[in-house]
Design a binder for this molecule. Structure first.
Ligand SMILES: NC(=O)c1ccc[n+]([C@@H]2O[C@H](COP(=O)([O-])OP(=O)(O)OC[C@H]3O[C@@H](n4cnc5c(N)ncnc54)[C@H](O)[C@@H]3O)[C@@H](O)[C@H]2O)c1
Length: 338
């Protein structure tokens, strides 16, 4: 029903990477702007015509990144903030993107990052609650399945949680799925958009290939290999970087792409639909109240959460494996802020 709109959003040729059909412009903050993701993400956001002002914050190096990025000849202004300037960085901000935290090393799962990243994300969310309580928060820091409930719980405690404003960025899974399916199908990634639902870690990543015209014919060993690559594509990067971190450049691309989709929705563009991990009613009856599915983005963030639609038998199996793991991850995040 909505696959055409999805294709329109995700199949946009690169010249349309940033679309700016509407007039409003927005102040965006990047928390963790000095990092492997934060730096290229800041550069890409500087190129987005829907961004009017960029606030770059990190405990290390953000003023330097800001000085560098500010020379790019686009209209937005850029300011960098040092470790003790978090509140100033958040003043008047409408969108906050969070890639702060440590990345994986070979052999680590995303959950292994919990101990370090949980408190980083909680403290940043507390500051947003205090200074910019109406901001839309886009969480990149892993483990996303837990850090999003941590952000929601922190805002809830502060009495400012708006479920329409908190997003886990799962866009890299969507980007990888389109790219990897294109390679298998011998097609262009522009024509191989895939809806990816569930969460953002290994078995919780559920690609719905049966809903894609190129994906539905793939079966047997080719199907199993493709699903595994979509679920564990991040490991390819962690292994190749050999201790130097995880995906940063493709993640910056995905983060900028999702931010642009949100900004287009906030600006009133209709039919902006993409998967994202949000507070969701879809599996609430099973105790899973955060879930990624296709979400329409509108003037106030989440406009409509779409159901996951019809699944193949194989996808039913993937979903069955996803749900208990996702539930554990969400509960771990909630317990941290309880
Ligand atoms: N959602 C996804 O698909 C996805 C993909 C890749 C990586 N990630 C995650 O993104 C996070 C960042 O990855 P990276 O490769 O950029 O790591 P990085 O170590 O290169 O950068 C992280 C940055 O965060 C900063 N930081 C740490 N604590 C901070 C705080 N309290 N306030 C502000 N900044 C702080 C660090 O100084 C550093 O500059 C990791 O948790 C990683 O697992 C998510």
């Amino acid at each position: 029903m909505f696959s055409r709109s999805v294709a329109r959003v995700w199949a946009a040729p690169s010249s349309r990477f940033f679309s700016a059909s509407a007039a409003h412009r927005t102040k965006v903050a990047v928390l963790g702007a000095g990092g492997g993701i934060g730096q290229p993400l800041s550069l890409l956001l500087k190129s987005d015509p829907l961004v009017t002002s960029l606030s770059l914050y990190d405990i290390r190096g953000a003023p330097g990144v800001a000085a560098d990025v500010s020379h790019v000849d686009t209209g937005s202004e850029v300011n960098g903030y040092a470790a003790d300037q978090l509140d100033q960085a958040l003043e008047g901000v409408k969108v906050v993107v969070i890639p702060a935290g440590v990345p994986r090393k070979p052999g680590m799962t995303r959950d292994d990052l919990f101990n370090t990243n949980a408190s980083i994300v909680r403290d940043l969310a507390s500051a947003v609650a205090r200074v910019a309580p109406d901001a839309h928060i886009l969480v990149i820091s892993n483990p996303v399945n837990s850090t999003v409930p941590i952000v929601a719980g922190t805002l809830e405690k502060a009495g400012v949680f708006n479920p329409r404003h908190v997003f886990g960025v799962t866009t890299l899974d969507v980007v990888r799925a389109a790219r990897f399916l294109a390679a298998v199908a011998g097609a262009s990634p522009n024509d191989t958009a895939v809806t990816v639902v569930g969460g953002h870690s290994g078995p919780t990543i559920v690609p719905l290939l049966s809903q894609s015209s190129h994906g539905k014919g793939i079966t047997g060993e080719a199907y199993d290999k493709l699903v595994h690559r979509i679920q564990f594509g991040g490991d390819e990067v962690v292994k190749a970087k050999d201790g130097a971190g995880s995906a940063t450049l493709s993640m910056a691309y995905a983060g900028a792409k999702f931010t642009n989709a949100l900004l287009r929705g906030l600006n009133g563009e209709k039919g902006v639909i993409t998967p994202t991990f949000v507070k969701s009613p879809l599996f609430e009856d099973q105790g899973i109240d955060f879930f990624s599915s296709n979400v329409e983005l509108g003037l106030d963030g989440v406009k409509k959460i779409h159901p996951i639609g019809q699944l193949s038998a194989a996808e039913e199996g993937l979903l069955a494996a996803c749900l208990p793991e996702l539930k554990k991850n969400i509960e771990k995040g909630k317990a941290f802020v309880a």
